[in-house]
Write a protein that binds this ligand. Structure first.
Ligand SMILES: NC(=O)c1ccc[n+]([C@@H]2O[C@H](COP(=O)([O-])OP(=O)(O)OC[C@H]3O[C@@H](n4cnc5c(N)ncnc54)[C@H](OP(=O)(O)O)[C@@H]3O)[C@@H](O)[C@H]2O)c1
Length: 274
């Protein structure tokens, strides 16, 4: 189950917490497991309260850490400020923040309800931005903090049939890289993790089962992606590309004309179901 410990650091206190969004499954669950294995107390957030509770019951006795579950729909407009106020109210100091919750959607842009796009914008971008801001300021005041924002290989180009998703992940990467640079010398770092395909619940939720994105190459495991992102975050790296596919996509996106890369992405994404 648990792989060998990733890099440890010395700034952790018994009173501090790692807050992980989207911790009820997939990559987020693996983050929770890895943080707990390294002795971090956890605040876990997702909509599914039962899954979070099951994870708490598994991790707390196994690793001797404190696990607090705060179920929430982070696509709700005030979700980030409510979450932040709740942790302040409970006097929980957050020194590690993992903005992992997010979803994709294979569909023509004009063929989905506007509310679906708004939900994605809120979850993938606005809530992530607000949590980065709110906890980022506390971390800067404290002189230490690590923020890991989960972007995607999709951040590197425009993605027809997943237009909003690609745009949202480009936002995450751009914001994270810029704030990383602004915070140089403060003790706080921001890392953008850019996975390629990963075998999680994402594929089904995005209605991408059997599409090229998930069949052209073997998807990575969520454990590998989380472990890699965790290590890069602890080192304070700006970017984390967990495997060769992502490095290749990065080079391809830089060299290929935009007109070609967006056609490639359209083919890779696949055909939306009617
Ligand atoms: N899998 C891939 O191929 C891939 C590739 C690149 C990037 N990513 C990114 O990796 C991140 C994690 O995705 P995953 O692959 O682990 O997918 P996943 O298995 O579907 O997990 C998504 C997590 O986000 C939570 N979540 C979804 N909507 C939420 C909401 N409205 N409020 C609060 N939590 C919510 C889910 O929990 P609940 O349902 O309990 O709320 C779940 O814990 C996402 O940001 C995704 O865009 C994934």
């Amino acid at each position: 189950m648990v792989q060998q410990s990733a890099v440890s650091h010395t700034n952790r206190s018994n009173e501090s917490y790692a807050l992980i969004t989207g911790a009820s499954g997939g990559i987020g669950y693996e983050f929770a497991r890895i943080f707990a294995h390294d002795g971090h107390n956890l605040i876990l957030v997702a909509r599914n309260a039962k899954k979070l509770n099951d994870i708490r019951e598994y991790l707390e006795p196994k690793y001797g850490v404190s696990v607090i579950t705060l179920p929430a729909d982070l696509s709700a407009p005030n979700a980030a400020t409510k979450l932040y106020k709740e942790t302040r109210h409970r006097k929980l100091a957050v020194d590690h923040l993992v903005n992992n919750a997010g979803f994709g959607d294979l569909s023509g842009f004009l063929d989905r309800d506007l509310s679906r796009h708004e939900q994605m914008a809120q979850l993938n971008m606005v809530t992530l931005m607000q949590l980065t801001y709110l906890y980022g300021r506390d971390m800067r005041d404290a002189g230490f903090g690590r923020i890991l924002n989960v972007s995607s290989v999709a951040s590197m180009a425009a993605g027809p049939n997943m237009a909003m998703y690609y745009a949202s992940k480009a936002f995450v990467r751009s914001l994270s890289e810029a704030v990383h640079e602004e915070l140089r010398g403060t003790g706080v770092t921001v890392t953008a993790l850019c996975p390629g395909p990963v075998s999680t619940g994402f594929e089904k939720a995005a209605q991408m089962s059997g599409q090229n994105f998930f069949t052209l190459a073997k998807p990575a495991t969520p454990a590998h992606v989380a472990e890699y992102g965790y290590r890069k975050m602890l080192r304070g790296s700006a970017l984390a590309y967990p495997n060769l596919i992502v490095h290749a996509a990065n080079i391809g996106a830089r060299l290929a004309p935009r007109s070609l890369s967006r056609k490639m992405c359209k083919w890779v994404n696949g055909i939306p179901q009617k």
